[in-house]
Design a protein around this ligand. Structure first.
Ligand code: IPD
Length: 271
């Protein structure tokens, strides 16, 4: 079996190269070339260029691996390892020259399905800060060379909780109701705009918790492994793996408190 630390190294290199390109060659006007789930769910020419760079780099090193990329690259694995790639997580931040965006790359074993895969390694690179969060399963999580501090042990009432919103108006309405209820029960709410970074920040103890419904596999594959390797609990609604239904990340016991409150708020279905 491949050493997960080799995959981690590759993920860091690929994410940093793509991140350098995104930062250093950002056109003055970033071109929106397509939309997805709604008119505000955008794809830029830079998302596509970065994904191409990443796929080319990874497959040059490991030609038998599979690929699942947000921008459409898809290739079945022959080695058992699949790369799950979000070339720009936080595309809207990138469009607006806000710093919270990341290149997210994870290597997983098994079918590329968050309910069944085994995450092996991952990197979330933040180009504006030139910072790489990374982890290999069983070997801990780091911000560049610094071991992550680990999740906090705050209770819900004292928690700084991050969340995110989908791109469809109907989903957002319900997400707004849920966050409105929580707002009076926690220290405060943050909406940074990049799920992968939210997860890393929970692992680094710089956010107490993060939850979101509707994530795609590439939004959470790397960040969830990094948060978990840092000591956070990251699950879906049923306490199993995180998935599109729900992703909740926090230390213990906050994770349980937040999950229970989200269940009371009926946050797991119907929107
Ligand atoms: C989005 C970001 C955002 C989250 C959305 C994601 P994208 O990813 O992670 O924070 O709230 O659910 O879709 O579209 O920028 O790759």
């Amino acid at each position: 079996m491949t050493d997960p630390r080799e995959l981690e190294r590759l993920a860091i290199d690929a994410a940093t190269r793509a991140g350098d390109h995104l930062r250093d060659h950002r056109p003055r006007r970033v071109e929106v070339v397509a939309t997805k789930s709604s008119d505000v769910d955008i794809v830029t020419a830079m998302d596509r260029a970065a994904e191409e760079m990443i796929v080319e780099y990874l497959l040059a090193a490991r030609p038998d691996d599979g690929v699942v990329g947000e921008e459409g690259n898809s290739r079945a694995t022959r080695s058992g390892v699949t790369w799950v790639i979000d070339p720009i997580d936080g595309t809207v931040n990138y469009l607006y020259t806000l710093d919270d965006y990341g290149v997210s790359i994870a290597a997983v074993q098994g079918d590329p399905d968050p309910r069944t895969w085994t995450p092996l390694a991952g990197c979330v690179h933040n180009p504006p800060r030139r910072l790489s969060y990374h982890a290999a399963v069983g070997h801990g999580a780091f911000a560049d060379d610094r071991p992550l501090r680990g999740a906090t042990s705050t209770g819900l009432a004292g928690a700084l909780v991050a969340t995110g919103f989908g791109y469809r108006a109907e989903r957002r309405k319900r997400q707004a109701e849920i966050v409105t209820a929580l707002l009076g029960e926690v220290r405060d709410i943050r909406r940074l705009g990049a799920a992968s970074l939210d997860l890393c920040l929970v692992g680094d103890g710089r956010l107490d918790a993060y939850y979101e419904r509707g994530l795609s596999p590439w939004d959470h594959a790397a960040g969830a492994l990094i948060a978990r390797e840092a000591g956070a609990l990251v699950t879906g609604a049923d306490g199993g793996p995180a998935d599109a239904e729900m992703t909740v990340a926090a230390g213990v016991p906050l994770h349980g408190e937040l999950l229970a409150r989200l269940a009371e708020l009926d946050a797991f279905s119907g929107y």
